[in-house]
Design a protein around this ligand. Structure first.
Ligand code: CP
Ligand code: NVA
Length: 318
């Protein structure tokens, strides 16, 4: 069947997906190209039940629309099954250790997906699980989002190298994963944040090490105009991520000069793409005229691509 053609690199079978830092450029490109094939197969009614009889356990310690629905539907489309597991119902909510949860779930399911705040929790889960663990967002990383983002860029622009991505706002999980994937693919990226909200320096350093090999230029600045100048892609995200709600009022003031609006996007290329992982706050990090402009905004393709990118991940790792 059409959705069965590409050979899966043997290095991906059984691998965790925690940060993408330990994924090679070739592995990432494989996942993106595989996602294109799976998307095509889905649109033409040619999906093969590649994960028949397989189960994915999904632990959600935080809210989600896209991640939950796209993983669950993705497993169904592949002939498998996904279980939504909330800490309210699981024994981890009552203090059962991660090491026991990891080993017990590994006896039932073929992979575990987790969304939580502390990245250490995901690392611990991966350490004890004997099945692949997929990071579905921590305070530091959102690798599944980054794959869907690059799938959207690749579909639209047809290439990776030679592009400039600009991320404006908080140096958060989404920004970190975007910087990592750009470094791996050789895409230039400039990140503009308010002073004090820069990228995590250790993650930035790791991405810069990768960029030395791929030729990507990675810049961190406090100047949004500088970051956006000549950009092919403008990306933003909420100013206060999950877990930082108490800082929302304060951040509204601090981040105001970093709003993506008409006057800022004038500095980008004329055919720039606007991306946002969603959920978005219109009138805060981006104005409605930009996010809702069908000429530039690809947010719904980007959200859809979570489904296809994750099906590529699932069929490769499981
Ligand atoms: N972009 C994203 O991860 O969305 P959800 O929080 O709705 O899953
Ligand atoms: N940075 C946001 C992304 C949500 C998908 C958050 O962590 O809340």
């Amino acid at each position: 069947m059409e959705s069965n053609v590409r050979t899966i690199p043997s290095t991906l079978k059984g691998k965790d997906l925690l940060t993408l830092l330990d994924y090679s450029t070739e592995e990432i490109k494989y996942l993106l190209e595989r996602a294109v094939e799976l998307k095509h197969a889905q649109k033409h009614g040619k999906m093969a039940p590649l994960l028949a009889g397989k189960s994915l356990g999904m632990i959600f310690e935080n809210a989600s629309t896209r991640t939950r629905v796209s993983f669950e539907v993705g497993m169904t489309q592949l002939g498998g099954h996904a279980l939504f597991l909330s800490p309210r119902d699981l024994q981890i909510g009552r203090g059962e250790p991660i090491c026991d949860t990891a080993q017990v779930l590994s006896r039932y399911v073929d992979a575990i997906m987790i969304r939580t705040n502390s990245h250490k929790t995901v690392e611990e889960l991966a350490k004890y699980a004997t099945v692949p663990v997929i990071n579905a967002l921590t305070d530091d990383y959102h690798p599944c989002q980054a794959l869907a983002d690059m799938l959207t860029v690749y579909e639209t622009k047809g290439l990776y190298k030679g592009l400039k991505v600009s991320f404006i706002g908080d140096g958060n999980n989404v920004a970190h994963s975007l910087v990592i994937i750009c470094a791996k693919l050789g895409i230039d990226i400039a990140v503009a944040t308010p002073p004090g909200y820069e990228l995590n320096q250790s993650i930035l350093q790791k991405a810069k090490e990768v960029a030395k090999r791929t030729g990507a230029v990675i810049e961190q600045t406090n100047d949004p105009v500088y970051a956006v100048t000549g950009a092919d892609v403008i990306y933003t995200d909420v100013w206060a991520s999950m877990g930082y709600e108490a800082e929302q009022e304060n951040r509204l003031q601090i981040f105001q000069p970093y709003q993506v609006n008409k006057s800022l996007v004038k500095h980008a290329k004329r055919d720039f793409m606007f991306l946002h992982c969603l959920p978005a706050h219109r009138g805060e990090e981006v104005t409605a005229d930009i996010i809702d402009d069908p000429k530039h905004s690809y947010i719904y393709d980007e959200a859809e691509n979570r489904l296809h990118a994750q099906k590529a991940i699932l069929t490769a790792l499981l």
